[in-house]
Design a protein around this ligand. Structure first.
Ligand code: GLA
Length: 392
């Protein structure tokens, strides 16, 4: 029995989970019709083919507990119940996730799982749930209690025998990268909720830089959801004078940097009506291949000068991905000597521009390398990125 569950755990989230989450755009407006249409859209629009597989319901799906203390779904939002919805999502070849909290109530104030971990885990397994995001509102601040409460649910999920990805969401406040795996988690938030503005995206990216070594197959740093395609809609948490949404270049860098960080790729846009440029970005095969690389290495900063940052990510087979990122608010010309500037001395057979501004058709210029792959040249819009793949 033990060997079986060990094996089950070692198979979960071998690459960062990819999917869609209801929170930032739909919040408490979530319902079963939206979920079904989103599953349909994920198949129809090519996201499933690109690797997205999880349909994740966030807060506000719970109605309460019945006379046997079993959770039930909010009947106004989910009249057909969770089992039927899970069956629908599975029939599309996708997987479904739910949300709860390690306290009596969720962040949104609906019934949560503290004290009912085994019963709730079994209920989720009975419905065919594949993923649980477990939040930490209304819970004590100390790390010991957090570990105990998360492990209780982690053990309960494992005890069901169903492979259920366990997503730990305590906002990085108690250094979960040090203990989340031991609590049974396959991913853990490293910071606060991301919103659709450039400054928040940069804060999340910078915040996670020191933790990159903690990502590996089966356990991932989670810098939070992808804002690509929101274009200023959904929760924004604006303070005075801030702009809603990001520029196309900023969304490109957001997605490229998340892929370089081996982050979970979980979009929040209304993918039933997503614009062409955002869909092209979210399904960019070269970037997804970098994110999903089987080594599971987090990228790290190797160059930081005059607002140009270069992130390096090691890939299977000795390949390297390099993301050249223009942090400044002005266009920049970049010319880097791979050996002298980036300290990469291994010879590479091919240096290929895997990704650049052209993806959104917004007129970026396209990087170049010389034929020996010794130089990388790029002309980058404000806040834009290009990604190069160096092949042995
Ligand atoms: C917290 C989480 C968010 C979301 C909301 C739901 O803020 O960090 O990701 O799940 O709760 O209420």
């Amino acid at each position: 029995m033990f060997a079986v569950s060990q094996n089950r755990d070692s198979m979960l989230a071998q690459t960062p989970p990819m999917g869609w989450n209801s929170w930032t755009y739909f919040t408490d407006g979530i319902n079963e019709q939206i979920v079904r249409e989103t599953a349909d859209a994920m198949v129809r629009n090519g996201m499933k083919a690109a690797g997205y597989s999880y349909i994740l319901l966030d807060d506000f799906w719970v109605g309460g507990r019945d006379s046997h203390n079993r959770l039930f779904a909010d009947s106004a939002r989910f009249p057909g119940g969770m089992k039927a919805l899970a069956d629908y999502v599975h029939a599309k070849g996708l997987r479904i996730g739910l949300y709860s909290d390690a306290a009596p109530l969720t962040c949104g104030g609906v019934t949560a799982s503290l004290g009912f971990e085994e019963l709730d885990a079994q209920t989720f397994a009975d419905w065919g749930i594949d993923y649980l995001k477990y939040d930490y509102c209304h819970a004590p601040t100390d790390v010991s209690t957090a570990f105990v409460r998360y492990k209780k649910m982690g053990d309960a999920l494992r005890g069901t025998g169903r492979p259920i990805v366990f997503s730990i969401c305590e906002w990085g406040d108690r250094q979960p990268w040090l203990w989340a795996r031991a609590a049974g988690g396959q991913l853990w938030r490293t910071g606060p909720d991301l919103v659709d503005k450039w400054r928040a995206i940069m804060e999340a990216y910078d915040h996670q830089k020191p933790m990159q070594n903690y990502s590996a197959p089966g356990g991932w740093n989670d810098p939070d959801l992808l804002m690509v395609g929101l274009n200023g809609r959904g929760i924004c948490n604006l303070t005075a004078g801030e702009l809603r949404g990001c520029t196309p270049a900023e969304y490109r860098s957001h997605f490229a940097l998340w892929c370089m960080q081996a982050a979970p790729l979980i979009t929040v846009a209304d993918i039933r009506n997503i614009d062409t440029a955002s869909l092209a970005l979210l399904t960019n095969r070269d970037l997804i291949a970098i994110d999903q690389d089987r080594l599971g290495k987090g990228g790290y900063l190797i160059y930081d000068k005059d607002s140009i940052e270069v992130v390096r990510k090691e890939l299977a087979g000795g390949d390297l991905a390099l993301c050249v990122f223009n942090r400044s608010g002005r266009p920049a010309k970049v010319s880097l000597d791979v050996q002298k500037d980036l300290d990469i001395w291994t010879p590479f057979r091919q240096v290929r521009r895997a990704f650049g501004g052209g993806v959104s058709g917004s007129g970026a210029f396209g990087g170049r390398t010389d034929k020996y792959g010794r130089r990388i040249d790029a002309e980058l819009e404000a806040h834009d990125s290009e990604v190069f793949r160096l092949t042995r």
